[in-house]
Ligand binder design. Structure first.
Ligand code: AKG
Ligand code: FE2
Length: 340
């Protein structure tokens, strides 16, 4: 089921003694969360391994922050200091905040609102624009891995390809213009961070970016809407996963819920307003020969507020072959002096 969420119990085999179960109702999690008097969640949303049974720490150690204006500074000392900080953030956390990035706050708010409007459309209005295949340019639904998941996430999502080909739903009408502008601006930020990561690994500035064919590089908008949940100890917004690709840049509507694995514990991340939360993806882990880790993260839900997050993953071209760089393979056991 790629396009729509299902509620009710999982399908059972028809038998001679029992009539077949009634067809399951198609709905969004948002609509389900607004059902009058909903006090418990359908079993198909119940995770066996529940998120709250594992330790969560509000770490005293703050998540690293990278000042984008210093990363792109024309002063060599400022830039190289920031690149060292970036390398340390990638090594120690795999996640970092990005401030002073130049993407206007109004643009960030506009894309959050456009995605909210799309995700709040009735299911019937969304149908017809979505496909089932993982490479279909616009997909929406609820689950994490549609083809195999038996448990559904407490979220509604839409994923829209932005590059190398731009796609947009036609509702709300403003979506196209906002997404086009936002994805272009975010791609520029991602390019500079990927250049910085390349240098932090001791590679040429453009090595990663150019090798992975920027003309055809992938960029998606992945928008998640997590409605309030009456049984939050049973539900999961998004189960633990690492991101594909090189770099994801995430914004949210200032409602917390993202947790990141750090030193064996889940850590709550509360992003700084008007900044991006960046994380490196699996392809950087491969390319760096494991020096930088693509870190597990997950989204938990709350019982009060709708949380919206917009993740923009950036990946190599679909036909790019990603392997550890030979310089980094040779340097195993003898890493270059990039410590702070
Ligand atoms: O909602 C969040 O904060 C996490 C989203 C995420 O990890 C993803 O879309 O890959
Ligand atoms: Fe993710």
């Amino acid at each position: 089921m790629a396009a729509t969420a299902l509620t009710g119990s999982p399908p059972s085999q028809p038998s001679l003694t029992h009539p077949p179960p009634p067809p399951r109702k198609l709905t969004t999690v948002k609509a389900l969360s607004e059902s009058p008097g909903l006090s418990s969640i359908p079993s198909i949303y119940t995770f066996l391994k529940q998120p709250y049974h594992e330790p969560v720490s509000d770490t005293e150690e703050p998540i690293p922050t990278i000042d984008f204006s210093l990363l792109t500074s024309s002063l060599p000392d400022e830039r190289s200091k920031t690149i060292r900080e970036l390398g340390k953030a990638c090594r120690d956390w795999g996640f970092f905040m990005v401030t002073n990035h130049g993407v206007p706050e109004r643009m960030m708010k506009a894309i959050i609102e456009a995605c909210r409007e799309f995700l709040e459309l009735p299911e019937e209005e969304k149908r017809g624009i979505s496909g089932k295949h993982v490479l279909d340019p616009i997909r929406f639904g609820t689950s994490f891995n549609e083809s195999v998941d038996e448990i559904l996430c407490w979220r509604d999502y839409v994923k829209i390809f932005q590059h190398p080909e731009f796609h947009s739903p036609n509702k709300p009408p403003s979506f196209r213009e906002i997404a086009l502008e936002y994805s272009k601006r975010v791609r520029l930020v991602a390019r500079e961070i990927i250049r910085g990561i390349s240098e932090s690994l001791g590679l040429e500035k453009d090595y990663i970016y150019e090798t992975l064919n920027p003309e055809n590089s992938l960029q998606l908008i992945a928008a998640n809407l997590y409605p309030p949940c009456p049984q939050l100890e049973l539900a999961m917004g998004l189960p633990p996963h690492s991101d594909h690709g090189l770099l994801t840049l995430l914004i949210q509507n200032q409602i917390g819920g993202l947790q990141v694995q750090h030193k064996g514990k889940w850590v709550n991340i509360d992003p700084i307003p008007n900044s991006f939360l960046a994380n490196i993806g699996d392809h950087i882990e491969i390319l760096s020969n494991g020096k930088y880790k693509s870190v597990l993260h997950r989204a938990v839900v709350n019982n009060r507020d709708v949380r919206i997050s917009i993740a923009v993953p950036h990946g190599p071209a679909l036909d790019a072959i990603v392997s550890p760089d030979s310089k980094l393979v040779e340097n195993v056991g003898n890493p270059p002096a990039m410590e702070l």
